[in-house]
Design a protein around this ligand. Structure first.
Ligand SMILES: [Zn+2]
Length: 398
């Protein structure tokens, strides 16, 4: 991770353009030759892995089966060409979800810089802070644009912080992780909901299961918000109330209108859900989650003592602000329920104390990292949601 975005830059400049303080003076390329070599190697290994997955495995499987005398009923299994086609579609689809996440990550980089400073998101194009040249759209491609230019500005060769491609990569990976664990798995991570019998890309994406797509979109949006707020906290900024209220209001409306998006009712560790989620269970789960999230958020914020400035000089009069950590807890409670937010609070505190014990990370950095840690903990909990509630499941769907 890098330093926060330096504040001496033009308030209007955003996106792929802020350099880390102190780095801009040195003019060293962000990518050393050895790093470039390893990245090229990683790229070629990825291509090789893709070829093995798409071509080699089906061909070898067919060969082994033919040695065993055909195996199961030939009409029951895919021909080699269909197997290759299916695997190719799987690869293309998962890459598409990664690219979607990376593109959203690129947008989040802009949001992280602009919202705390009260700058409009549609204000103007991103510029280099050193030479003020607008960044070309071809150089704004997530991750690739930064790598191709070796982490330098195209016109003045000032270094561009590695934080931007890292955030894009992280969001891409989170979208990919949820694509596998929530979407094409047939909702295998969702508690108290029977896992779809027909899974995989054909049965979930091509014969679209809209409820799973809704779950996926709802959860990806929530985690994107939490990450954005985590990065805002990392920059020692606070959240504008308006942005916070809009997100929580959308989550509340979703819990009322699409109540099945909250599969865990309020009563859960004490009484099992007797029926399918109802409008009542959705709205109570969301409301109680909001209150519990707010209270734990304030408590955890006290424990880690996040020091945040009241904001940039330019946003005087931008109104009331809320600590990012408290906002994140409230949103998490509203979307996932009180049980989820409590588990995540405990894990976040545990990570904070582990960092404390290791003694390697200084206190202020640890506090600034807490909101980001929380966003990562929420992602992990979401992937293992069913597993964590498994003892309460009484065996259904397993
Ligand atoms: Zn420049």
């Amino acid at each position: 991770m890098t330093q926060p975005v330096s504040e001496q830059h033009e308030p209007g400049s955003t996106g792929h353009e802020h350099t880390v303080p102190g780095e801009s003076a040195s003019r060293h390329p962000a990518l050393t030759p050895s790093l470039k070599f390893w990245m090229k190697l990683a790229g070629w290994l990825a291509v090789l892995g893709g070829l093995i997955y798409v071509v080699l495995i089906p061909v070898v499987a067919e060969f082994v089966l033919s040695l065993q005398g055909g195996g199961a009923d030939p009409s029951e299994r895919l021909s080699v060409s269909s197997a290759i086609l299916l695997r190719l579609m799987e690869l293309i689809m998962s890459s598409w979800f990664f690219v979607l996440g990376a593109a959203i990550g690129s947008f989040l980089n802009v949001v992280v810089y602009r919202t705390p400073r009260g700058i409009s998101l549609t204000h103007e194009r991103s510029r280099c802070p050193d030479c003020l040249t607008p960044i070309r759209s071809s150089d704004n491609i997530p991750v690739v644009g930064w790598l191709r230019l070796g982490g330098l500005c195209r016109s003045c060769h000032a270094p561009v912080s590695a934080r931007y491609p890292l955030v894009e990569m992280l969001v891409g990976l989170i979208f990919l992780l949820l694509y596998f664990s929530e979407l094409i798995s047939g909702g295998a991570n969702l508690p108290f909901r029977p896992v779809n019998a027909y899974r995989g890309i054909v049965w979930v994406i091509f014969y679209t299961k809209w409820d799973l797509v809704m779950f996926y979109a709802f959860h990806c949006c929530t985690i994107s918000c939490l990450l954005t707020w985590g990065l805002i906290a990392f920059d020692k900024q606070t959240l504008p109330w308006r942005a916070f209220l809009i997100c929580v209001a959308i989550a509340m409306i979703a819990s009322f209108d699409q109540f099945w998006l909250l599969p865990v009712p309020v009563s859960v560790p004490f009484a099992m859900p007797a029926e399918f989620p109802t409008q009542y269970s959705g709205i109570t789960s969301s409301l109680v989650g909001l209150i519990v999230g707010g209270c734990t958020g304030i408590l955890v914020n006290r424990v880690v003592q996040v020091q945040q400035t009241s904001g940039h000089e330019s946003d005087e009069g931008a109104g009331l602000r809320i600590p990012s950590l408290v906002g994140s807890f409230i949103l998490c409670g509203t979307v996932f329920g009180w049980q989820f937010v409590l588990v995540c609070a405990l894990l976040t505190i545990a990570v904070y104390w582990c960092m404390d014990l290791s003694g390697r990370i200084e206190r202020t950095l640890r506090s600034r990292l807490t909101s980001l840690t929380f966003a990562c903990v929420v992602t992990i909990h979401l992937v293992c949601w069913r597993l964590i509630l498994w003892p309460l499941h009484s065996g259904q769907g397993f």
